[in-house]
Design a protein around this ligand. Structure first.
Ligand code: AMP
Length: 368
């Protein structure tokens, strides 16, 4: 599929969360229709999209109907089941490609991928048994983090191991209610704990002609493993910034990306970079681009998958994006009084603890 997706066409989006919602809004602004596919009825994206299919990802009838009603399809989270994506891939509808998703769905594949493109990561080993874990701890040492290879997000499926004696408890906790032998190997990875000075992320877009445009590094602070704030400009040297951008560009090139990827990285005390993970979709740490840049991550993604040229992602303001989690949503009145605060609410009614309900981006004058 190299043809341009004409204005008025329908963009299919697998997943109905806030990323799908913001993507649908960007698509609408550009004259496209959207069709959300999501198993949850009251999902944030369906409230702002043209069409909505509420069905399980494995439902072949619903998927066939969806695929006959969209001109291109993308996804807003990386844990879409492989079969679903492959079914749409056969019809040549999916951007970015399955390859990007396949790597991002598996931490072991992801780490190997970054090694292949010459980007360092924390030391790691694939783990499929307590014996392997005990053995791996002898070379990786503690502290270390045991992570499920698949389906982890926002710190879920991760256990910090402080001493080798904690190995058994950690393994039992991670494998609770799971039959490791029935799941694709490896079940987990053990990763050395990185004493980073900052966390940054780069969002890279690549279009059908192979042109790549990266947003500058953004600095991320997590609380309880969930993104709390993203700040631009990031406090990194221009050398670190160039290295980070070069890694994201190489990753985009190597997977022949048509779309966007977010690459999360640790900056070490000497300004070195270790890649943490990547996501081939819009990313929470890219929300600042909606208000502080000439273009934003969602618009870039729509441009890329529709065969349009990318925009130059220049930043015009400094910005701090803060996530509104759970009950934070009850304290938003102050944002309405501040013209520099740009508030986004995701249309979720149940303010459960830990749930991302919205975000606010506070702009200030650009300093560098
Ligand atoms: P992840 O799900 O891998 O993105 O991890 C969520 C957060 O946990 C990261 O953004 C870091 O703040 C922290 N984290 C993950 N892996 C490591 C590591 N190897 N060393 C130190 N902190 C980590």
């Amino acid at each position: 599929m190299t043809k341009r997706i004409e204005v008025g066409s329908t963009i299919g989006i697998l997943g109905g969360g806030q990323l799908g919602r913001l993507l649908a809004l960007a698509a609408g602004k550009m004259g496209y229709r959207t069709h959300i596919y999501c198993p949850e009825r009251e999902c944030p994206a369906s409230l702002v999209s043209t069409h909505f299919t509420c069905a399980e990802y494995g439902d072949p009838v619903a998927l066939n109907r969806f695929s006959s009603q969209v001109d291109v399809a993308t996804f807003e989270f990386e844990n879409v089941p492989a079969d679903t994506v492959l079914r749409l891939t056969k019809k040549n509808l999916v951007r970015p490609s399955w390859k990007a998703l396949e790597i991002a769905q598996d931490r072991a594949k992801e780490k190997a991928f970054f090694a292949d493109i010459g980007a360092a990561t924390a030391p790691w080993q694939a783990i499929n048994s307590l014996r392997q874990l005990t053995h791996a701890l002898k070379s990786i040492h503690t502290p270390a983090i045991l992570k499920t290879a698949r389906l982890g997000y926002d710190g879920k499926g991760q256990i910090l191991i402080n001493t080798p004696e904690d190995a058994e408890t950690a393994w039992n906790a991670l494998t609770l209610n799971q039959t490791v032998g029935d799941l694709p190997a490896p079940f987990a990875i053990l990763e050395g704990f990185v004493k980073f000075t900052r966390e940054i992320s780069i969002i890279a877009a690549r279009d059908v002609r192979g042109d790549i445009q990266c947003f500058e590094p953004a600095e991320n602070i997590h609380k309880n493993h969930v993104l709390h704030t993203t700040t631009v400009p990031a406090r990194v040297s221009s050398t670190t910034s160039k290295t980070a951008i070069a890694i994201a560009e190489r990753a985009a090139e190597s997977i022949d990306l048509i779309g966007i990827i977010a690459v999360e990285m640790f900056v070490t005390p000497h300004g070195g970079i270790l890649v943490n993970e990547m996501a081939p979709r819009p990313h929470n740490s890219g929300h600042w681009t909606l208000d502080a840049c000439q273009t934003d991550q969602f618009t870039q993604l729509i441009r890329a998958i529709c065969g349009l040229p990318l925009a130059e992602p220049l930043r015009h303001s400094n910005a701090v994006m803060t996530n509104l989690i759970g009950e934070d949503i009850y304290d938003i009145a102050r944002f309405y009084e501040d013209p520099k605060s740009h508030l986004y609410l995701y249309g979720k009614t149940d303010a459960r603890a830990g749930r991302k309900m919205g975000h606010v981006t506070k702009l200030s004058k650009r300093t560098n």
